[in-house]
Design a protein around this ligand. Structure first.
Ligand SMILES: Nc1nc2c(ncn2[C@@H]2O[C@H](COP(=O)(O)OP(=O)(O)O)[C@@H](O)[C@H]2O)c(=O)[nH]1
Ligand SMILES: [Mg+2]
Ligand SMILES: [Zn+2]
Length: 334
């Protein structure tokens, strides 16, 4: 009898079992060999959804994972503030879609900026999707607010979309955006993530209007992300589905992260924070002091850019707020 070797994408984990989707579209329940470890890893889970793995298929139809491909990125969560151990939520993410709403509920720019900083720190490209745009209707004032926010974020380098999961407005743009990618959707409960995913792929049949996913679960329950392979055609392509990753029949994946309200900030020092604001990154080498915090130092290029309008005052204020929260946390983190 010969052991058959195969490879695929980890789409679901439950602790000791990993569901691996092969390029042929079959899913196998796999386990790890007891001594499997990633070199130098402090992580409680050596494998997460989004990992590419090699496994050996056993006679009973299950598999043994023997190897894991290097990760391009991964998002993690610290088990506790004091702990050095981390939990990998998902790996190899191509894009973060931050779903927000101007109203019902209103997403604060503080939340948006914390998520964007996290995405920068993880090296994950991010876009902002404003959902429920049908509610703006013909209200010019709401559209004006929308356009102001759009200008702020596009000025910082983040594409901004206006969509409605209800009417389908703008959904084709999102399909084009995510075709062939592994995309993580995040955002507050109630902004319409589930409705949006259903609008993208109606066969998902996700429950809409359920608050179960993000806010109600206890803070310390262990939750596992899940990847959904979806079938979409890029509306802007010439009819050929893009097969950018893995040459699989599935090339587009959505990641759902139940129970995870906000990803823990990566462990970085306060001096690194401004590097995670792309518009600050561009000018901070002109600051007089190399260790400038861009708060009160003379000759600060960031403050000068805020004063002349090149950097949004709101983004700058959010920078200061995050800076303060990092500094007040510092004794625990270090
Ligand atoms: N008017 C309007 N309501 C929406 C839209 N998308 C979602 N909703 C409503 O917003 C509520 C929350 O939606 P849901 O998808 O469950 O949000 P989630 O918590 O982010 O997954 C539900 O009552 C939806 O019907 C939209 O584009 N327009
Ligand atoms: Mg939902
Ligand atoms: Zn400065």
């Amino acid at each position: 009898m010969q052991e058959k070797q195969s490879n695929g994408l980890v789409v679901r984990t439950t602790g000791s079992w990993y569901n691996v989707l092969t390029d042929g579209g079959e899913t196998f329940a796999c386990r790890l060999r007891g001594n499997f470890r990633i070199r130098g890893s402090k992580q409680t889970n050596p494998i997460a959804v989004g990992d590419r793995v090699v496994f050996q298929l056993l006679d009973d139809g299950t598999g043994f994972i023997t190897d894991i491909a290097d990760r391009r990125n991964c998002i993690i969560r610290r088990s506790t503030k004091l702990s050095k151990q981390t939990h990998v939520i998902a790996a190899n993410i191509d894009l973060l879609c931050l779903v927000a709403t101007l109203g019902f509920p209103r997403t604060s720019t503080g939340f948006i900026d914390r998520m964007l900083v996290t995405a920068e720190a993880y090296h994950i490209p991010a876009v902002i999707i404003f959902n429920k745009c049908d509610l703006y209707g013909a209200d010019d004032e709401l559209w004006q607010i929308h356009n102001e926010i759009k200008a702020i974020y596009e000025g910082a380098g983040y594409p901004v979309y206006a969509v409605s999961a209800l009417t389908g407005e703008g959904i084709d743009d999102i399909k084009s955006l995510i075709a062939g990618k592994v995309t993580l959707f995040s955002g507050h409960s109630g902004v319409g993530k589930s409705a949006l995913l259903n609008a993208i792929d109606p066969s998902l049949h996700l429950k809409v209007g359920e608050i179960s996913d993000w806010s109600l679960k206890g803070k310390h329950t262990t939750t596992f992300a899940e990847i959904f392979p979806i079938n979409i055609m890029d509306p802007k392509s010439d009819g050929h589905q893009k097969f950018s990753i893995f040459n699989s029949q599935f090339s587009t994946f959505l990641i759902d992260t139940p129970g995870i309200k906000e990803f823990g900030m990566v462990d970085f020092g306060s001096s690194e924070l401004s590097h995670f604001f792309p518009e600050m990154r561009k000018v901070l080498h002109n600051c007089h002091f190399a260790n400038c915090t861009h708060r009160h130092e003379p000759g600060c290029a960031v403050k000068a850019a805020v004063e002349n309008g090149a950097i949004s005052a709101e983004r700058y204020q959010n920078y200061l707020n995050i800076l303060e929260s990092i500094e007040s946390d510092a004794p625990i983190r270090r």
